[in-house]
Every structure is written in C-alpha cells, then in structure tokens.
Design a binder for this molecule. Structure first.
Ligand code: CMC
Length: 431
C-alpha cells in the first residue's frame, strides 16, 4: 500500500492526507506539493532543516552514521582509488568511466583549460588586494559574456560544453586570482599535467625557471579536490539550483554558488579555522576558547566543528586528517604548532559534554587549512580551492536539475509578520 501521512487541524477538525515518497536509501519524504492548494496554509522551515528541495541521484549522506556516497560509492573508496577527473565524470554521468572514457574525458576537459585572452584585462580591473573569492565570483560570472556559443540551456550539447568549460577553467581562474594578488605573470595551463597537478603548476610556476610539481603534493591536492567535489543540497549547491531554476546560464549560476560558499558558516570555514588556530596560538589557551564556544553570550564558535547533516564524524575530515600527516611528512615538517593545537583542540572538544550532547564533530574544513598552509597556499586562497573543487558538484547538480521533468522555478513563500494594509501618510503628517 502506498504510504501516506494525515494532517489534522485541531481547531476545525479537518484532515488532509499527503503521499509519502521513498528514496533508495535515507528517510522518507512527505510530498507537500499540494499542501497550500488543499489546506490554504504554507509550511514554515527557515534554514530548510526538514525540507527536501529536489529529487537527486548524485550524492547521499547519512549524517548519523557519518556516511557519504557519490552515485552509491563511498567517499573513502573514491578518495583512495580514483583521481579527481574520474570522480568528476562519475558525478556528471552517473557511472565511473572505463579507461577509454576516462582518457576521452581528460582530453575534453584539458581542451578547455585556457581562458579567453581578453579575460587578462578583466583581471586587471580588480584591486591587487582583492580577495580571491571576489575575483572568482566576478570572473566565473563574466565567462557568460565570453562564451555565448554554449548558453542555450535547453540544448544538451551546450550544457555539456559549458560544464566542461567551467570544470576546466576554474583552476586557471583560481591560480590567476592568486598570481594577480602577487603581481606575478599569469601562468598558462599545461595540458600534459593532471587536473590537480596543473593547478599547482599554475599557482607556483613562474616564466623564469623550471618548476616541477611534487607528485605527493599533487596526489594530496587531488584527494582534497575529491573530498570537496559534492555534498548534496548544501547552501551553495541549493543557491546554484535556485539561480538555475529561473533559466539563468550556468556561468551566472556558478558565480552565485561561489558567492554563497564564501561565508564562514560554509566554505569560508577553512580560512576561519586557520585564523582561529593562530588566534589560539598555544595549547594552553584552548580551554579558554572552548569555554567561549560554549558561551551563549559570545558569538565565537569552534570553526571546523559541527555540521547541519553530520551528527557523527564527517568522513571527509578523517581522510583529511590522514592526508595532513602525509603532506607534513613529505614536506619534512616534524613540528607544526598549528597541527598540535588542532589535534589537542579536537581531543578536548570530543570529550566535552557540550560538544558530545550537541553532536559536534570536526568537519571537512578542520584539517584542510593546515595542509594548504604547509603547501604554501595562502589563507585567502583556501575557500577559492573549495570553490574550484565544488564546481564539479554544482555543475552536476545544475545539469540534473535541467534534465528533471519536475523542475520549476524555485519560489519559497513566507510567514508575513509586517504591518497589515494601512492608510498612506503624506510627509507633512509624518512625525
Ligand atoms: N561551536 C560551538 N557551538 C556550535 C558549533 C560550533 N562550531 N556549531 C553548532 N554549535 C551549537 C549551536 O550554538 C547550537 O546550540 P543551541 O542548540 O544551544 O542553540 C547547536 O550547536 C546547533 O547549531 P546550529 O547553528 O543550530 O546548527 P546548524 O545546522 O544551523 O549549523 C554549522 C551548522 C556548520 C553552520 C555550525 O555547526 C557552525 O557554525 N560550525 C562552524 C562553521 C563551520 O565549521 N562550517 C563548515 C561546515 S562543513 C563545510 C561545508 O559544508 O561548508
């Protein structure tokens, strides 16, 4: 028998029955599409804590168990056995590529790594001290002014080319945002390098001397990109979908996603974690900061802790912590005071009643900043790296939305608590 749920208005005694939908795994969802039409009421859910906004086949999270699957594959197995391009292919196409498909996909992506030459001048319009996220947001949006030939979102071939362009150009944009901040010449992509390797090359090479990317660091960067590739309907992905629901072009939608990711409660947390660890400065100061994080009257939070969905250890944080040790070892860093503080902070927080009761665990951002800093990546670039990795997830979700026959423009309603209709006051009679 089809599952249903019945809602009763206790005042009038009226009842309404709504269908319940089941996914392959995860909780059932109540189909409230006809709720307003039938009850003359809206549902109220600020922050969408109980609301499913779409149907998706891309990513599944079981926050209680700390499970993350992409197209059914556990993140641990993907991070261990795949490179970023394979995961990007999986997110976009639903299946892992075979050897021929992988080679073709890599070729198709590398074909689009260069930026239109006129974008050089576009970069120069920014102040030298512009935050890389401001540059990324602006340049990603500006791509729509440069690539008119792939903007018809009703055409699957246009959608495919735009998707490839975004995935391919984002490392170039991020690396150039960094180079611009240094006043160094932009380094053009090298298509003989892998995705992560090419990004590190464009970040750190200069035209004056040979630069070889350390393969262990390239592997670590590749894994970090995999860990950030998609995370179902988080704020930035929902922003991309909402922007796209009006029919906006993919470059504009990704710019919207970058803007949403920038905030410290979302992708900006990796930058905030490192700043926080520096502010703590010494292990002996940890208790004071933990006390502040628990104080309702203090708006300080332990950055890199807590998650809307995970009420258990974020599986990405576990892999990130291991990657952190590998990178520091490779770089010969025996003592990293920030890592020491992070490890001690994690230990103290995980044993603290407040964090246990609220199920606050380290998230993906807790260790990533330490790795980035050890690699020589400046703090302001941390969130830009997140954006570059997440572009793949955003574009996969954007494509899924465009192919979904249920797709409609996103248009939430509200609980209006402002003034009811009132009589206009001429300026003379206003106090
Ligand atoms: N430190 C101290 N207390 C916290 C923290 C924290 N990091 N996170 C949540 N809490 C408390 C919060 O004060 C609240 O307490 P109470 O119930 O007494 O009011 C309770 O835990 C629930 O928090 P919430 O803000 O209602 O939960 P949320 O689901 O709306 O927020 C979050 C999730 C990630 C925004 C939040 O945990 C947070 O601000 N964490 C720090 C920022 C951070 O690390 N963000 C990265 C998230 S992972 C990467 C990504 O996906 O972008």
């Amino acid at each position: 028998m089809a599952k249903t749920i019945t809602v009763k208005d206790n005042a009038s005694g009226k009842t309404w029955t709504f269908p319940v939908m089941s996914g392959t795994v995860g909780p059932d969802v109540v189909d409230i599409r006809k709720f307003y039409a039938e009850t003359d009421m809206f549902t109220y859910d600020p922050g969408f804590t109980s609301t499913g906004s779409c149907e998706s086949k891309i990513t599944f999270i079981d926050g209680d168990k700390g499970v993350l699957l992409h197209r059914g594959y556990p993140i641990e197995e993907l991070a261990e056995n795949c490179n970023f391009e394979e995961v990007a292919y999986l997110l976009l196409n639903g299946e892992l590529p075979n050897a021929v498909e992988k080679k073709k996909f890599q070729r198709d992506i590398t074909y689009h790594t260069m930026l239109h030459e006129q974008l050089h001048s576009f970069f120069s319009g920014f102040r030298r001290d512009a935050h890389p996220m401001a540059v990324m947001c602006g340049v990603a949006g500006a791509l729509s002014a440069f690539y008119h030939d792939s903007l018809d979102i009703t055409n699957p071939e246009h959608r495919r080319i735009s998707s490839y362009r975004l995935i391919a150009k984002m490392p170039t944009i991020a690396a150039w945002a960094y180079k611009y901040s240094l006043g160094q010449p932009f380094i053009y992509p090298r298509n003989d390098l892998g995705y992560a390797e090419n990004f590190l090359y464009m970040m750190f090479a200069t035209p004056c001397e040979d630069y070889e990317v350390n393969p262990i660091l390239a592997k670590a960067m590749d894994r970090i990109l995999i860990l950030h590739a998609d995370h179902e309907q988080n704020a930035s992905t929902s922003t991309v979908r909402l922007a796209g629901s009006s029919g906006a072009n993919p470059f504009a939608c990704i710019a919207a996603g970058i803007a949403s990711l920038w905030g410290p409660a979302h992708g900006g947390a990796n930058e905030a974690v490192l700043n926080m660890l520096k502010q703590i400065g010494n292990k002996k100061n940890i208790p004071e900061f933990v006390k502040r994080a628990k104080d309702k009257n203090d708006n300080f939070r332990l950055m890199g802790f807590g998650h809307r969905v995970y009420k258990n250890y974020d599986p990405r944080a576990r892999i990130m912590s291991r990657t952190c040790s590998e990178v520091l070892k490779e770089l010969g860093i025996k003592n990293n005071p920030l890592l020491d503080i992070a490890i001690e902070l994690e230990k103290i927080a995980l044993e603290d009643e407040y964090f246990i009761e609220k199920k606050l665990y380290p998230n993906v951002d807790f260790y990533s900043g330490i790795i980035f800093e050890a690699m020589g990546i400046p703090v302001t670039m941390f969130t830009a790296l997140f954006a570059l990795a997440r572009t793949t997830g955003w574009i996969a979700q954007w494509n899924e939305m465009n192919e979904d026959p249920q797709q409609k423009i996103g248009r939430p309603r509200q609980l209006y608590t402002g003034s009811p209709k009132r009589k206009f006051k001429p300026i003379k009679s206003r106090k």
